[in-house]
Every structure is written in C-alpha cells, then in structure tokens.
Ligand binder design. Structure first.
Ligand code: GRF
Length: 192
C-alpha cells in the first residue's frame, strides 16, 4: 500500500445502512483517507445493500441460515480479502462475530454503538438511558473484540436527553451525531 493511497474499508450491514451512507459520502470527498471497497450483509434483502449496489459499490450478500456461522464467516472473510479490505467497519451489523473471525482481523474491526459506552451494551440503548433518568445519551465508535460492544472506545458524541423524549425521539437525535462521528473517527483510525 502506498502511503497516499486511501485505505480499503469493507462495511458490514444488516439493515437500512444510514451510517454506511455517511461513511460512503465521506469516502467520496477529495483526499479521503479511505475508500469503500465492498459492502457486505448477512441480510440479502437489506435496504442498505440495494442502495450500495445502485451506487456501483461492490456488494456481497449471504445469510448464515442453513450454512452455519463458521461457513458464513469464512465466506465473508474471503469476500473481504478478495476485495483488498484492510479495515472492517460495522454499521448496524446485528451479529456477534466469532472469536475466530475477530482474531483474524484483530484490531482492524470498528463498530458504532448508540450509547455512551461502557453504558448500555446490547440492544434498546435509548429506552434504557431514558429509564435510568440519564441527562445525556450519545454514540461511541470502538474497536471490536469477542465481547459484545466492548473494546477500546475511539470516539464519542453526546446529546441531551430532553423532557418528554421517547426512545424514537432520542434515537433520531443520536443518529444525527452517529453520521458525523463515524466518518471522522474512521478517518482518524485509518491514518493512525
Ligand atoms: C445505528 O443506530 C447503529 O448505531 C446501531 O444500529 C443502528 C443502525 O442504523 N448499531 P443504520 O443501519 O446505520 O441506519
């Protein structure tokens, strides 16, 4: 890899892919530090995958159903390596990667999680923050390890929790920050 060449990133998604879109938009800016080499999904009908294909980005879709986790992950690994991927960015990817997969990409997988880690790992982060009476919520970009939503935090953004907020209202406020934070931190990460 030449020093001035954008780092090749593979993005894994499971759903609508709004964070993926923000990562792609940043990669299209002149002088971007990374390029999106491939977008892969465990849900062949993911809306984000259709969008990626429409943009002309290479896509890979495979469901683990029926073939098992090991065969699924081996196929994803092969697709990423054949695309020249150096760094993996999870963006609304809803599966826990195995220790074997994480080990093969040790320190080279990042994720965005909609909470101020280490608070609220897992699902329903916004409802849990509201129920706890927290004054603020946010999102975190972190290194992926074998443990769910664990690993070093690379950056966070915060938003207030306002009176009357429900989980959807808070999720929408946090999502705006996710879209700003993830490209910024990924850019810093690939340049480190
Ligand atoms: C985001 O809130 C992300 O933080 C979480 O799942 C959501 C995915 O949204 N892991 P999108 O697919 O990026 O729109």
């Amino acid at each position: 890899m030449r020093a001035d060449e954008p780092v090749k990133v593979g993005i894994l998604i499971s759903g609508r892919g709004s964070n993926m879109q923000s990562l792609v938009a940043a990669a299209e800016q002149p002088g971007a530090a990374y390029q999106v080499a491939i977008i892969a999904s465990d849900k062949p009908d993911a809306a984000g995958l259709r969008w990626a294909a429409e943009q002309g980005i290479a896509t890979f879709a495979l469901s683990p159903k029926g073939i098992g986790k090991a065969a699924y992950e081996a196929a994803v690994d092969t697709a990423l390596r054949e695309a020249g991927v150096e760094i993996i960015a999870l963006a609304g990817y809803m599966r826990l990667l195995s220790g074997d997969f994480v080990g093969r990409w040790r320190g080279r997988i990042v994720n965005i999680h909609p909470s101020l880690l280490p608070l609220y790992k897992g699902l329903d982060t916004h409802a849990r923050a509201i129920a706890a009476g927290d004054a603020e919520a946010g999102c975190s970009v972190h290194i992926v390890t074998e443990e769910l939503d664990d690993g070093d935090v690379l950056g966070q953004a915060r938003v207030p929790i306002l009176p009357g907020d429900d989980a959807d209202a808070l999720a929408a406020r946090v999502l705006v920050e996710e879209h700003r934070l993830y490209p910024k931190i990924l850019t810093e990460f690939v340049r480190r």
